[in-house]
Write a protein that binds this ligand. Structure first.
Ligand SMILES: [Cu+2]
Length: 167
C-alpha cells in the first residue's frame, strides 16, 4: 500500500470515529430530553414477606434476637426442629420519578393481614389488607427522597420515593 493510500485510510478511520462520537452525543441528549418531560407513570408495588427456613439438624437456631416492631419474625424450632425467619418489604422498595410526573402507585397486599402505609410528604397513612389492591395517585411536585413505611411492620418495611428535579 502506498503512503497516500495509508493516509486516506487513516483519515477515513478518524472520520468514522468522529461520526460515532457525534451520534452517541445526540442519542444521549435525546434520552435526557424525553426523561425530563413530565408524564403519567403507573408503578406496581407488592407487599411481600420473604421467608427462609431450615432445621436445627442442619443449622442451629440463632441465639440473637431480631429487632422488635413486627417487621421481623424469628419462629423457634417446632417439634420436628424446623425454624423460620421472615421479614416484610415493599417490592420494589425504591420508586424513582421525575418532578412534575403524575404518579399512580398500584399497591397489592400479598403477605400480612394488614399494612398501614405512609409516604412522607405525599400520602398520609392508609390501610391495605391482604388481597386488596389500592391505587394511590399524586403529582410529584416536590423534589427529594421521601420515606415510604408501614407502621405494622417496623423497622424493616421501609422504602423510598425519589423525585428527581427536572433538568
Ligand atoms: Cu406492613
Amino acid at each position: 500500500m502506498s503512503g497516500v493510500a495509508i493516509g486516506i485510510a487513516i483519515i477515513a478511520i478518524i472520520i468514522s470515529i468522529t461520526s460515532i462520537g457525534i451520534l452517541t452525543t445526540q442519542t444521549t441528549i435525546q434520552v435526557l430530553d424525553v426523561s425530563s418531560e413530565p408524564i403519567e407513570r403507573t408503578i406496581y408495588v407488592n407487599l411481600i414477606e420473604p421467608k427462609g427456613s431450615t432445621n436445627v439438624e442442619k443449622e442451629p437456631f440463632p441465639t440473637k434476637d431480631l429487632p422488635e416492631g413486627g417487621g421481623y419474625e424469628l419462629k423457634s424450632p417446632d417439634e420436628s426442629g424446623k425454624w423460620v425467619v421472615e421479614t416484610y418489604t415493599f417490592s420494589p422498595s425504591i420508586i424513582i420519578v421525575n418532578q412534575g410526573d403524575t404518579v399512580n402507585i398500584k399497591m397489592l397486599g400479598i403477605n400480612g393481614a394488614l399494612h398501614k402505609i405512609t409516604i412522607e410528604n405525599y400520602v398520609s397513612e392508609f390501610d391495605i389488607h391482604r388481597g386488596e389492591l389500592k391505587e394511590i395517585s399524586f403529582l410529584a411536585d416536590k423534589t427529594g427522597t421521601f420515606k415510604m413505611s408501614c407502621d405494622v411492620h417496623r423497622p424493616a418495611m421501609e422504602g423510598y420515593l425519589m423525585v428527581l428535579p427536572n433538568a
